[in-house]
Design a protein around this ligand. Structure first.
Ligand code: ADP
Ligand code: MG
Length: 253
C-alpha cells in the first residue's frame, strides 16, 4: 500500500530543547495510526508540524508524495490534512449548525461575509453547505442539539462539535490530538466507534495522539511510540504491548 503521509527525518528544536529528533514513519491510506508516549514526548509538536502549524527545524512531511511541511496551515488543510481539537475554533455565540456551516467556508474559501450578511451570490453555496452540515451533524448524532448555542454545550458535545468542524473541511487525513481526554468509558467507546466509521464509511486516514491505552489498542492498526522526542518503537498493538523499550518508557524513570 503506498503511503498517504511520509514523515521523513523530522526534527524540532525549541532553543536548546529537542522536542522531536529525526522522526521517520509512513502512514498508509485509510490507516488508523496512533502516536503514543509519556507527557512531553513530543506528540503534539509532531502533529503541529504535520499540519504545518509549526515549521520543522529539519526534515519534511510528504502528502501523496508532495512536500507539505512548512506550507501555511491553511494550505495544508485545503489539501485535506486537518488537525482538530486542541486549537479548533468554536464560535460560542453561534449554534452547533452555524459553527459547522462556517467551517465549510474555511475550506471552500467562500466569502464569510456572505454567510454573515447574506449576499445573494453566496446563497447557492449556502444551501449546499447547510445540507452538508446537516449530514455531518446527523453522522455524529448531534441532530438533537443542532440549534443549541455552543456556549451551552457540555464538554462531550463540544468535543463532538470540534469533530464536526473538522469533518466540514472534508479531510483526507484527520489528526486527532487526545480525542478521548476527559471522557468516561461509554463516551470513549462511542468516540472509538465513530473514528472507525470515519475510516470505514468515509475512507478517512486517521492519526491520533491518545493516553487511553485500552482505547488505543482497540482502535489502532499501528502505533508509533515517542519518548523524549525520539521514536522508540513502531508496530501493531500486539507488537507494541510486548516491546521492552515501550514497557520501560512507561514503567521506568
Ligand atoms: P506531548 O504532546 O507529547 O506531551 P509536546 O509536543 O507538547 O509533548 O512537547 C514536547 C516538548 O517540547 C516538551 O518538553 C514541551 O515543553 C516542549 N515544547 C512544546 N511546545 C513548545 C514551544 N512552543 N516552545 C518551547 N517548548 C515547547
Ligand atoms: Mg500533547
Amino acid at each position: 500500500m503506498s503511503p498517504i503521509l511520509q514523515i521523513r527525518h523530522v526534527t524540532k528544536r525549541f532553543d536548546g530543547l529537542v522536542a522531536n529528533n529525526d522522526i521517520s514513519f509512513e502512514v498508509g491510506e485509510r490507516e488508523i495510526l496512533s502516536v503514543i508516549g509519556p507527557n512531553g514526548a513530543g506528540k503534539s509538536t509532531l502533529f503541529k508540524m504535520i499540519s504545518s502549524f509549526l515549521r520543522t527545524t529539519s526534515g519534511e512531511v510528504l502528502f501523496r508524495g508532495a512536500r507539505i511541511s512548512n506550507l501555511s496551515p491553511h494550505a495544508v488543510a485545503r489539501k485535506g490534512v486537518v488537525r482538530t481539537f486542541q486549537e479548533t475554533t468554536i464560535f460560542r455565540s453561534m449554534t452547533v449548525r452555524e459553527n459547522v456551516i462556517v467551517a465549510h467556508h474555511l475550506r471552500a474559501r467562500a466569502s464569510l461575509a456572505g454567510f454573515f450578511f447574506g449576499s445573494s451570490a453566496a446563497r447557492a453555496d449556502e444551501a449546499a453547505f447547510a445540507a452538508s452540515a446537516d449530514e455531518i451533524i446527523g453522522f455524529l448524532g448531534l441532530g438533537a442539539i443542532a440549534d443549541e448555542l455552543a456556549s451551552n454545550l457540555p464538554q462531550g458535545h463540544l468535543r463532538a462539535l470540534g469533530m464536526a468542524i473538522g469533518l466540514a473541511t472534508n479531510p483526507t487525513v484527520l489528526l486527532l490530538d487526545e480525542p478521548f481526554a476527559g471522557m468516561n468509558h461509554d463516551e470513549t467507546m462511542r468516540m472509538v466507534a465513530l473514528v472507525r466509521r470515519l475510516r470505514d464509511e468515509r475512507g478517512i486516514t486517521v492519526l491520533l495522539v491518545e493516553h487511553d491505552m485500552p482505547a488505543v489498542m482497540k482502535i489502532s492498526d499501528r502505533i508509533v511510540v515517542l519518548n523524549f522526542g525520539e521514536k522508540i518503537a513502531e508496530g501493531t498493538p500486539a507488537e507494541i504491548q510486548a516491546n521492552e523499550r515501550v514497557i520501560e518508557a512507561y514503567l521506568g524513570s
